[in-house]
Design a protein around this ligand. Structure first.
Ligand SMILES: Nc1ncnc2c1ncn2[C@@H]1O[C@H](COP(=O)(O)OP(=O)(O)O)[C@@H](O)[C@H]1O
Ligand SMILES: [Mg+2]
Length: 233
């Protein structure tokens, strides 16, 4: 579904954020990208979304070159990006936030809302409540639900568990599993290595802009470097 070959991204002459990143995400997978703060995870997602330009390398989505396309075209092809720090509209209701995630008319909009409400019953209950009055975990649910309103083929999540209480972290990871089971391919970026590797089919480990390891979730959980660097063993 997504194939990146030797992608390098440079912010300015002195700051190179990604070095020859190559990875694949196959249809139906949950692929994780783990790495410490500043390793380039958000930069990578922004590059796939078209918010940043590649310095060199290629990005293919379903066989089509997308690395030269503007962000709105990439989104229209079926890639949705939930950025770090849940950017919801706090003064709009839950329902209005969701409606902004899709350009649909009456009936289709209702169908899409219903689909999301069955995945996120808490948002259905709170659909008239202002976004800003939701708890952190509920706001993260809303950000994910809004991205799903466009019915993406690939959902990219940037640190969805960040800053959440353990019970919400658990719930977010369960939700990601459920979304995947319903057929959406997922690229998940996280610092929370343990839960992420338990969830992911495959994962890549990023260190200062370079991929240093890749493998199945379970195999990386047992890997010594991962255990020392990310799992605190
Ligand atoms: N807008 C920017 N301008 C310059 N450097 C940036 C910018 N955004 C991020 N960086 C640098 O790029 C590197 C990777 O950052 P980022 O992708 O945000 O990492 P992560 O998401 O893994 O924490 C860091 O060294 C960071 O300081
Ligand atoms: Mg980040």
């Amino acid at each position: 579904m997504l194939q990146c070959d030797s992608v390098s991204v440079v912010y300015s002459k002195k700051i190179q954020a990604l070095y020859d990143v190559s990875l694949v995400v196959k249809q139906g997978e949950i692929v994780a990208f783990i790495g410490a703060n500043g390793s380039g995870k958000s930069t990578f997602l922004k590059t796939v979304s078209g918010l940043l330009k590649v310095e060199s390398g290629t990005i293919l989505f379903q066989g089509q070159r997308i690395h030269h396309l503007p962000a709105h075209k990439i989104s229209a092809l079926g890639i949705a990006h939930v950025p770090e720090g849940r950017r919801i509209f706090s003064r709009l209701t839950v329902r209005e936030n969701l409606e902004l995630g899709a350009y649909l008319d009456g009936e289709k909009m209702r169908e899409r809302l219903d689909k999301n409400f069955s995945l996120f019953p808490i948002l259905k209950e709170r659909q008239e409540q202002l976004g800003g009055t939701l708890s952190g975990g509920e706001q993260q649910m809303l950000a994910i639900a809004r991205a799903l309103m466009s019915d993406p083929k690939l959902l990219m999540l940037d640190e969805p568990s960040m800053g959440l209480a353990p019970i919400f972290v658990e719930r977010i990871f369960q939700t990601i599993r459920q979304i995947n089971a319903l057929g959406t391919t997922i690229l998940l970026v996280e610092q929370n290595a343990h839960q992420t590797l338990s969830l992911a089919h495959r994962a890549y480990v990023l260190q200062t802009g370079k991929i240093v390891l890749e493998g199945s979730g379970p195999s990386l959980l047992k890997n010594e470097l991962v255990q020392n660097a990310y799992l605190g063993n």
